[in-house]
Ligand binder design. Sequence first.
Ligand SMILES: [Zn+2]
Length: 406
Amino acid sequence: MRTLIHNVMIFDGTPQPPRPGAVLIDEDSIAQVFGGGADFADNAVDHRIDGGGATLMPGMVEGHAHLTWGSSVEKIYHQFELPHEELKVAAWRNARVLLDSGFTSAYSAGALGDGIETELAAAIEAGETPGPRLIPSTIERSPEGDDTGNIFNGKGPDAMRGFVAHCADTGVKVVKLMISGEDALKPDTHNLIYYTEAEMAAAEEATRAAGLLLSAHVYSSEAIELALRHGVRVLYHCSYADAGAIHAMVAAKDGIFYAPAVGVLVATLEANPPPHINMSQMKSSAQEALPLLNALVPTLKNHGVRIVIGGDYGFPFNPNGTNARDLIHFVKHFGYTPAEALSAATLNGGALMDMKLGQVREGFLADLLLIDGDPTQDINIMMDRGKIRMIMKGGALHKGAELAQA
Ligand SMILES: [Zn+2]
């Protein structure tokens, strides 16, 4: 099936101003991109979509997705861990909410259950439930156990190898390691390092052999450098990176991605919880980390490190479906232009997915949004689901089917 989307301003994923044009979709991919004034009238097509001058852009990529963190703009949960049946309902809902919010891809940063994201990814892939393309993960691994050999939290290289083998068996693609502690949960733990060199070497070797990808929660410079020595592909947070860690990240830039996960920090500082919920520790750690990121992110960006959006959405005060707020934070806190923020969400996100995604470009998958207005002029409109006229994933219309004329 061939669809022509015409009368649009194209934001192609690179941080350039939108240009007038048209796009021909053949099955699941972009067959041709026409500049303004090009003659596409004699192309035989099944459907035409008149964009009415709206902005056509790549679908966004959430680079730090937690679909099993229950809360979304459609339902808030006040407990963090949900019973299994409700967890499934929430995760399936969150996938649809993310897609409805303009995210056609999601790279998981960990799940609150084992096996649930592989099941969800398969259901999405089979068309049984709407959602973004999902690179699934499992429980974020933190070695707080002892030497019992427990693969989920035991110490030692063998337990790590067992975990990676389990991930491979269940069809997980991303192995997420908590290398640093987390101040928001346990005070003064950001400088702790939870893995030894031998455990990280085992993780590197086992994931490489199984074709899996490593992601890591890291704060201190030592944790960042440990991760980089052992093939970690995606680094989250990194707030306490010093000059040496920055240098190491820049040296590794062609093989890594970085997501500062700023959304949760801003939302934590803004949150106004009821009296029985104590967020003082979370707030003080966010208060400390945010200014550090404000300095770090522009430095890494200027050195060409590939930075993606994604900010621990899924808390009641930072629900799934508000993920596009990261774009606004990138502009406000990190000095990005709106077009650069959109490029982080699309071009860089597509590279993170390691698929032909994130660009309006011939041969790329037809994951596309049609936005009322120009988000390169006003980034705030990306937060308004009502401004998203069309959501296309792999050439199929999730939203805006009525726009397609025979
Ligand atoms: Zn996270």
